[in-house]
Structure formats: structure tokens, C-alpha cells
Design a protein around this ligand. Structure first.
Ligand SMILES: C[S@@+](CC[C@H](N)C(=O)[O-])C[C@H]1O[C@@H](n2cnc3c(N)ncnc32)[C@H](O)[C@@H]1O
Length: 425
């Protein structure tokens, strides 16, 4: 494919993604299915350019239109310039695929004094979100913004049932990958670059799984043991289910519930690779489903990894900041409250309940946990630092604010997560 064709395709993809009708990753996968001839390097360039444009949408739009408004007439020029500004492929392709005028324009734009621009063009956030993140992060607002503008690294979880972390590092090295232990999770590896894993033997054997370190820490907070009854109430595609199953050493019974059959279906091949056979997946109609009622008071551990705005994952899903809204947060808070109340009924006396989100927003986190605590007697809140230390996490106090887990991309180099832990009296 010629550089010109590649840049034209990037423009088409940016056009599709910026309608925000679908999630960016859905748009990108569907675009690649329709353009089968693209090689891995070309796909990488197109996908990363698109995500960069979505991350920096306000700044790039301002530069591309010289502060003017978007109109149907200037839309094609806008999208072309967004691609030039956000290009993440090879410089040679950018050079060969663009005109002299375009290159001159780009050189001029790259000299823009960003520090002199209004805050909104620097943080690239909708007002409602900027306000909330300022309230949450305080003096850390700008370091947080910078971290959210940076692509996430590739983190792996070593399947403790199969292999030790050192052996996994050596195995990856044989395949030309450089991996180092993550700072907190005893199962975690951070890999340099973004190597494709789908043909890697260790991955196919289930020795390693892709999982952000923050997500691993949530499973460590649940701290499931051999022979226990455990429920992963919002299991989705099972990132945490797999980690929980491994820490149960493939014994006991682990229920993976979710309302989405599609997401649970994505868990099936991962379960097969992992070698776990203690997992029972069940699609439920809603959080008060009959199957849930039958398990009341029987669980040693329940994880509620609640549906949320995903504002902690903006490094991976930058489109979420443009697709979420304050009205959606209100609906989510109602759902989170209901799911937590229902899931809590499964826990037996002495058992543990963990409520988690991948959001940075107080209204989805502390507010939900506090409301549950005051509406529901008979629970003791546990200190997340003490729980994590017991589970083998070093420097756990660095991960906790007011007793709850609070992970930040700029402080902990993982996605933003929140979790509160209770023990049933
Ligand atoms: C944050 S995601 C879970 C991610 C998953 N735990 C993982 O580690 O990959 C939240 C999940 O909650 C599910 N969900 C939404 N409403 C639900 C409900 N009422 N009861 C149970 N699960 C629900 C969604 O389908 C989604 O898969």
C-alpha cells in the first residue's frame, strides 16, 4: 500500500470514529475487517493515529481550523489535518503521503506554544469531566491529564497455576520480548512496546494473560482461597475471574455472572487456555435474578466489578470522555447501588465483599460505598492496605486513600481503579 493510500485510509477511519456512534475499538476492528490487506505495521499506524486524534480532539480541531467552527464544507479538510497532526506511523510515510503545502502547515503547527493556549485545549476534556477530575486530583490534575494522554503499556498476569514470574520473563525473552515485574502485583509483568501475543506459545498455553496491573490488584483484594465459594458478579469477559480462579488453585467453586451473554462468551476461550475448571458462567437477566437468590448467604467472597463510566481507562479508551455524560453518571450510580445491594446478599457471615470500578469519579466510587455502608447494617469496612499486604502486595499503603484502593494512571502507571472492601459480621 502506498503512503498516500495509507493516509487516505487513516482519514476514513478518523471520520468513522469521530461520529462516536460506536466505541472507537469497535470502529477500528470493523474497519480492519473491511480492509483485509492491511499489514500489522499499517494497522498499528492507523489505530494509534486514530486514538491520538480522539485524545487530543479539541486541540487538534482548533489547530486544524485555526479556531473556526466545524462545518459540512470544511469537514474533509479538518479530518485530513487531524490525521497529519496525530500521525503515529512512520515519518517516511507521512512525508511521502502528504503534499508540500501540508508539510509546511504541519511544521508551523508543531511550533505552536501549547502552554499559551487556554486550559480546555491543553486538557482536552469536556467541562463536566475536567471539573470532576480537578476536584478529585487537586494539584495532581495536570500530571493526571498528561498520563491520560499517554497510551497504556502492555501488562500481563502470569498464571500462577502454571508458571513462575521469572520463568515467564525468560520465556518471553526467548520470543524477543522484554518484560519486567510490575511494581505492585506479585503476578504482573510489564512488557516493552506492544508486541502481538496471539501467536505466542506461552499465551496460547494459558501461562500468561493480558491484564492491567490495576485489575490484578482488585483480584488480590478479593484474596480468594482454595476450596472457597466465590462469585464474580459482573464478570464480563472474565479478566478478574481468571485471576480469582488461579488464586483458588482451581478448587472450590467460582461463579461468573453477567447480564451480557456476548461478554461471557468472550470468557470461554480464555477459560479454556487458563486450564481452570472450577468456573461456572451464568448469564443473568438482572441483579435480582432467581439464580442469584438461591445462592444467598453462601459465598466466602463476592466481587462486584460494577458497570461504570470507565474514566480510569481513558489511556485505552479515549473516546469514553466524549461518549459519557453527567446524565449517564446518574443512571450508572442507580445501577451500581442496586447491583451492590443484591450482590451483598450472597456473602456469608465472615465473608468478604469487594466493590470496584475503573472510574476516577467520586460519585461512582466513595459515594456508592458510603451509601451502601449507611443503608446496610451488619458490615465492617476493611482497610484495603492491610488486605493487600496480607495478599503479598508490597508498599500497599501507596495504593490506598482513606482506607479504599485508589489507583491513578499518573501515580501508579496503571488504569484508574477504585475499590472498597467489607467483611460481613
Ligand atoms: C466493568 S465491567 C466488568 C469487567 C470484568 N470484571 C473484567 O474484569 O473483565 C462491568 C460488567 O457488568 C455487567 N453488568 C451490567 N449490568 C449488570 C447487572 N445488572 N448485573 C450483573 N452484571 C451487569 C456488564 O455487562 C459488564 O460486563
Amino acid at each position: 500500500m502506498s503512503p498516500k493510500q495509507l493516509l487516505d485510509l487513516a482519514q476514513q477511519l478518523v471520520h468513522d470514529v469521530l461520529t462516536f456512534t460506536y466505541a472507537s475499538d469497535t470502529c477500528v476492528s470493523s474497519f480492519f475487517r473491511r480492509n483485509k490487506l492491511l499489514g500489522p505495521r499499517e494497522r498499528h499506524a492507523l489505530a494509534e493515529t486514530t486514538y491520538q486524534v480522539v485524545r487530543q480532539r479539541l486541540l487538534y480541531t482548533h489547530l486544524a481550523l485555526d479556531g473556526k467552527k466545524t462545518t459540512p464544507e470544511n469537514r474533509a479538510q479538518l479530518e485530513r489535518r487531524l490525521v497529519l497532526l496525530g500521525w503515529q506511523g512512520r515519518d517516511v510515510d507521512l512525508h511521502a503521503g502528504s503534499t508540500v503545502d501540508e508539510r509546511d502547515w504541519l511544521a508551523k503547527m508543531r511550533k505552536t506554544d501549547l502552554a499559551a493556549l487556554p486550559d480546555k485545549l491543553r486538557h482536552n476534556l469536556p467541562d463536566w469531566l475536567a471539573q470532576r477530575l480537578r476536584d478529585q486530583a487537586g494539584d495532581d490534575f495536570w500530571p493526571l491529564v498528561e498520563a491520560l494522554h499517554t497510551p497504556a503499556p502492555l501488562d500481563l498476569r502470569v498464571n500462577a497455576l502454571r508458571i513462575k514470574r521469572e520463568a515467564a520473563i525468560a520465556g518471553l525473552q526467548e520470543d524477543g520480548m522484554v518484560a519486567a515485574p510490575t511494581p505492585y502485583s506479585p503476578w504482573g509483568l510489564r512488557v516493552q512496546g506492544k508486541p502481538a501475543l496471539n501467536r505466542n506459545e506461552m499465551f496460547l498455553r494459558g501461562d500468561i494473560e493480558v491484564q492491567d496491573e490495576g485489575s490484578q490488584l482488585l483480584a488480590l483484594l478479593v484474596d480468594a482461597h482454595r476450596g472457597e465459594m466465590v462469585a464474580d458478579f459482573c464478570a464480563g469477559a472474565g479478566g478478574k475471574t481468571l485471576a480469582l480462579g488461579a488464586s483458588m488453585r482451581n478448587t472450590g467453586r467460582l461463579y461468573a455472572f453477567d447480564t451480557s451473554g456476548h461478554r461471557l462468551a468472550a470468557l470461554k476461550p480464555r477459560l479454556k487456555r487458563s486450564g481452570l475448571d472450577n468456573v461456572y458462567t451464568a448469564q443473568i437477566a438482572h441483579e435480582r435474578d432467581e439464580r442469584i437468590k438461591r445462592l444467598q448467604g453462601k459465598m466466602d467472597r463476592v466481587l462486584v466489578d460494577a458497570p461504570c463510566s470507565g474514566m480510569g481507562t481513558l489511556r485505552r479508551n479515549p473516546d469514553l470522555k466524549w461518549r459519557q455524560s453527567p446524565a449517564a453518571l446518574v443512571e450508572l450510580a442507580a445501577l451500581q447501588t442496586q447491583i451492590l445491594a443484591s450482590a451483598a446478599r450472597l456473602v456469608k457471615p465472615g465473608g468478604r465483599l469487594v466493590y470496584s470500578t475503573c472510574s476516577l469519579l467520586r460519585e461512582e466510587n466513595e459515594a456508592i460505598a458510603e451509601a451502601f455502608g449507611s443503608a446496610t447494617p451488619g458490615w465492617t469496612r476493611l482497610d484495603a492496605a492491610a488486605v493487600l499486604e496480607k495478599a503479598g502486595v508490597e508498599n500497599a499503603a501507596d495504593l490506598v486513600r482513606n482506607g479504599d484502593l485508589r489507583l491513578w494512571p499518573h501515580r501508579h502507571a496503571c488504569d484508574g481503579f477504585y475499590a472498597a472492601v467489607w467483611q460481613k459480621d
